[in-house]
Design a protein around this ligand. Sequence first.
Ligand SMILES: NC(=O)c1ccc[n+]([C@@H]2O[C@H](COP(=O)([O-])OP(=O)(O)OC[C@H]3O[C@@H](n4cnc5c(N)ncnc54)[C@H](OP(=O)(O)O)[C@@H]3O)[C@@H](O)[C@H]2O)c1
Length: 330
Amino acid sequence: MDYRQMGRTGLRVSELCLGAMTFGRETTEEDSFKILDRFVEAGGNFIDTADVYGKGTSEEILGRWLKDRRREEFVIATKVRFRTGPGPNDVGLSRKHILSGVEHSLRRLGTDYVDLYQIHEWDTATPLEETLDALNSLVVAGKVRYLGASNVKGYQLQKAIDLSRARGREPFVCLQPLYNLLDRAIEWELLPVCRTEGVGVIPWSPLRGGWLSGKYRRGMSAPPIGTRVEDAEKHGWGERWSKYATDRTWDVIDTLVAIAGESGRTPAQVALNWVLARPGITAPIIGVRTLAHLEDNLGAIGWRLSDEQLARLNQASDVPLPYPYDWLTD
Ligand SMILES: NC(=O)c1ccc[n+]([C@@H]2O[C@H](COP(=O)([O-])OP(=O)(O)OC[C@H]3O[C@@H](n4cnc5c(N)ncnc54)[C@H](OP(=O)(O)O)[C@@H]3O)[C@@H](O)[C@H]2O)c1
């Protein structure tokens, strides 16, 4: 496992981050522990969770696993923003919700600091100054080491960074966006912001919830029962079948499968290797339901797709640029 610098900070994280969203949900605590042990054995030090995953169960499982380990060895990332209770203040990025949110996360994680504390999504109802001041106070108090943002627009990230700078507050040093071969829109605006501001990038859903693992193929009419995609279709969530079962997706998957075959890799390994090779990416967050998924996905590191293979994947997944991105080349 290689380690990469998180943006312009001094923090070093493993090139793969392990996502804990499945822990306590589709993955039992016992299996979650095995997955964590194997990830660490492979050299991983970077783990991502959130206050809302499994209604807090994901953080609790991670906390119980951490208890017998040297806390300092790990970079623990969690998030705040989504609804955690029925009350009017149990949601959002107000000072009140952030300050209580971090205490609950620390208790569940069984630790006295979070390495990377991320806003899970933008909050238009709260003044940005209030959110940034509350987050800054956590760094000053030693409860949080670094700040990150997930699910924001380019102008929002730039505005937050500029405002932090102008007010002498801790800035966001990491972006957690949706990014994979099927979802490349962050290349237009968000990645240039990250590049010019020295912000690290840790993509979520690098396999788009399994779409790029090779288990969905052209000609299938529905996802297999028990898969994430089948569940997403039932709930109308992002990686649902009805959104992604398109010719473009099948073209990308055909290319993935062909490249996997010719290089002796699996489609998941090729899809993850593509993300790892993209400019400006710090570490994709791999999501696994089973130990076998982790074994497969760990095979994404330690080698490189050729320039010709990268070009074929870029071409198959290319989307025509809208204005002004087609107009302005830089
Ligand atoms: N910030 C956000 O809003 C946000 C949103 C989502 C996720 N995240 C973070 O990103 C992490 C990863 O996201 P994700 O779970 O969507 O990632 P992903 O890697 O795109 O999808 C993971 C799912 O794909 C399937 N899969 C993974 N590896 C496989 C393999 N080798 N072979 C076959 N199937 C495989 C499994 O689903 P099946 O059950 O179908 O087998 C697994 O649960 C999460 O744990 C979380 O930390 C953040």
